[in-house]
Write a protein of this length. Sequence first.
Length: 396
Amino acid sequence: MATIQQTPHAYTGPAILAGGYRIFFLGGALWAVLALLFWLVYITGIAGNLGANQDMLAWHAHELVYGYGGAVVAGFALTAIPNWTGRTPVRGTELGLLFALWFIARVLAVLLLYGWGADHPRAVAEIGFFILFVLLAAREIIGGGNWRNLKIVGVFLLLGAAALVANIQRLDGLVELSIVPWQTGLSVLLLLICIIGGRIIPAFTANWMRSQNMVNLPVMFAPFDGVAIGAAAVTLTAYLLGVDGLALVVTAGVTALLHFVRLYRWRGWKTLSSPIVFILHVSYFWVPTGFLLLALAASGILSEIAAIHAFAIGGVGSTTLAVMTRASLGHAGLPLANSTLLSSIYLSINLAAITRITAALWPQQYENFLSLSGLLWAVAFAMFLVKFTPLALRRP
């Protein structure tokens, strides 16, 4: 994603609705802070009866996977698709309607924490958001004749289907489905990272290396990458189906190895002097690390929670922040220059992953590391908001 495609039709609406990355990256980042703070307030007992009528663990996981994750995926897709198709970006009223559905679902989720309202309107708004998002993405890709990227819409559809099932399960007594709700959404997000990361990480790395007159460029997408992605899909499916023991140890272990090799082929160590490029490799490092921790969990050596948070905070959190910062600078027409604030964002989110895994591995200090991890996560996204809110509100 370099810059939004220039079109002959000047946009005169609100600046925040000029592109998907503006409103959804800001909304997602704000929700990442607020949802995590609600969780911290709950687990520390500060708020008394907050969430007394909710399964707070399910609320926490759902809102970060489908709330934050849904916003960032929509922001990325609606920003990248115009560069794939050459079409005018989705903006203005259509973008505002899509965001309104997402925003209503988040507001209603907060009200439920205080015992106000019912869960059905929240579920309807969230399902409506995913349906409209998938339809818009499909329309733009088909309209632009960009059939090569139509399969990405299939992954978006999987995320929407997972959200649909998750919401149905949260509506007590409606129907019982044998699927793990937020884990399915997290798995789809990881697959998106494996697919899209395999395109942008070696490409951006190669571009930077050429600018530095370096040789031995990253290996671009090849059959090996397809094998690695397929292995990830098999392992995640096995995990979701409840496969455990030796079978999961082997599949997760092999998947970890494949993705460590994949990461090596991208020559990330050569980009150490450029944090905005190096962070892409650091973020992807959490994918094979998560599979390795999953294999260790299946063998009984450590808690599955360590693997889940390697995926969620390291894989999803760090990768999305890496892409959000880069895309926001590029689409604002600013140079992809490193800064202390950017480095602080990247450091904070990765320390959040490390401390959360430490909490799972060190029961005696669980609450301390858990709280520290949550604060580091919130700080990372708060710094993003400080840096990029002015850019999102600036006229295109």
